[in-house]
Design a protein around this ligand. Structure first.
Ligand code: AMP
Length: 217
């Protein structure tokens, strides 16, 4: 199965993509995670991307094109994949088309998660990421704020620099002006699932699984 998970920053794409990746046994390709890892490891890509990512702007399409081609054509993606954070511009959607065509992928499913901006800002202000295992949690909902419930390590939660309120507002602007047109590009071309991201994590993932089942049948 080949999925694009789409929506504004903070809508729950990463959380749902992780769940789906485990349930469907397909690779979760998060371009944001790949870029943050590159920044952490100070690779050439990381050096180019650091200030762009931290300021909530978009990494240029030519850089993203190389990154995505490598990710979708790699052996790890042979069972299928979920793209989380790509495509984010109309041009990226156009770049992806021939890459998928070349490797014979024609069963793309597009999942859109929707939520209100107020909810997104509230969620991102409490979002923390485990620096050991990348587990995403809302600090306000954790019983033990010092221990990651996924890997069990202590004091590993960090706030992403781009989750600061000013940067979040910029990311939402970029999403509305530059990323939303990607939805129009896929409408009518691929199977489309729309879910309400204001609901609980379980409700959203159950709805996605049900809709995927009905597409498969
Ligand atoms: P995310 O984790 O998906 O919110 O991505 C974090 C940041 O990584 C974004 O704000 C961008 O700076 C960068 N980024 C991730 N995916 C892309 C993409 N497809 N195109 C351009 N920049 C991206």
């Amino acid at each position: 199965m080949h999925i694009i998970i789409f929506g504004a920053p903070g809508v729950g794409k990463g959380t749902q993509a992780k769940i789906l990746s485990e349930k469907l046994n397909i690779r979760h390709i998060s371009t944001g995670d790949i870029l943050r890892e590159a920044v952490k490891n100070q690779t050439e890509l990381g050096m180019k991307a650091k200030s762009i990512v931290e300021n909530g702007k978009l990494v240029p399409d030519d850089i993203m094109a190389l990154l995505i081609k490598e990710a979708v054509t790699s052996k790890d993606s042979s069972n299928g994949f979920i793209l989380d954070g790509f495509p984010r511009t109309l041009n990226q959607a156009q770049i992806l088309e021939p890459i998928l065509e070349e490797i014979g992928i024609n069963d793309l499913i597009f999942i859109q998660i929707k939520a209100d901006d107020d909810k997104i800002i509230e969620r991102l202000s409490g979002r923390r990421v485990c620096s050991n295992c990348n587990f995403i949690a809302n600090i306000k909902l954790l019983k033990d704020q010092n221990r990651c419930p996924n890997c069990g390590l202590e004091n590993t939660f960090v706030k992403r620099k781009d989750d600061d309120e000013e940067v979040v507002k910029r990311r939402l602007e970029v999403y509305n002006s530059t990323t939303l047109p990607v939805l129009e590009f896929y409408k009518g071309k691929v199977s489309l699932i729309v879910v309400d991201g204001m609901k609980s994590i379980d409700t959203v993932s159950n709805q996605i699984m049900q809709e995927l089942d009905s597409i498969g049948n």
